[in-house]
Write a protein that binds this ligand. Structure first.
Ligand code: MN
Length: 227
């Protein structure tokens, strides 16, 4: 096969303890999966189940730099556990879902709250607020073979050394297996898909020069500087 121009290079993420890379297929995100964050955004977590949206594969960055988007006035950090799939399917049973997981990363779902607020009011799609360049910084992947499936433990984000977000993976309204099962009713999941599982409360604005330090117990650290 020949192409009319060279296809884009695959986006890939390093794997801890391995020289091999994880090729990224798609990036899915879940909204409002921690009750306290749903409340801080003005929603009732008991009545509104989490929902899904997407970023693009090339939103993933691993260089530790977040370039502040041109023209933005309010960009928020959302620290999240992300799940990296090694296989997939559709209508996956929750009881079988974790067998499709290759590993986990610490991720940031960077969000242009300035745009998102208006999009919500107008009932419009969120992509420009969520899927902009470099909007999903990620750590190296910790494979399941090394860490298992983290279901409890601290998830936090410090900005310039001060705690901004702090929660526990036990607070996930929908655990990882349930997210995979539900998402697979909408999409045929595939190896290389990454799912960001939602953020605890405490989201807030970042500014050029800020140093973000994320941590998830059992998964690792993510250090990002805003430029
Ligand atoms: Mn998020």
């Amino acid at each position: 096969m020949t192409f009319v121009f060279p296809p884009a290079e695959p986006v890939s993420v390093a794997i801890s303890g391995s020289s091999e890379m994880f090729p990224v297929n798609r990036v899915f995100c879940v909204g409002r999966n921690y009750a306290a964050h749903a409340r801080e955004m003005g929603h009732d977590p008991d009545r509104e189940p989490p929902f899904f949206f997407q970023k693009n594969a090339d939103c993933i960055t691993t260089d530790g730099v977040f370039p502040y988007p041109a023209g933005a006035s309010d960009v928020h950090h959302e620290i999240e556990l992300a799940v990296c799939l090694k296989s997939g399917g559709n209508s996956i049973a929750a009881s079988d879902a974790l067998t499709h997981v290759f590993g986990y990363v610490v991720a940031l779902d960077m969000t242009r709250r300035d745009l998102q607020a208006d999009l919500k009011k107008l009932g419009r799609p969120w992509e420009v607020a969520k899927a902009f360049a470099a909007s999903a910084p990620c750590s190296a992947i910790q494979p399941v073979s090394a860490i298992g499936h983290p279901a409890a433990g601290e998830i936090h984000l410090h900005v310039n050394g001060a705690v901004r977000q702090a929660g526990d993976l036990q607070q996930l309204i929908w655990p990882v297996a349930d997210l995979i099962a539900r998402l697979s009713t909408y999409f045929t999941l595939r190896a290389g898909d990454i799912i960001l599982t939602g953020t605890p409360d405490g989201v807030g604005a970042v500014h050029p020069g800020d140093r973000l330090s994320g941590h998830i117990h059992g998964v690792g650290d993510l250090d990002v500087v805003v430029r």
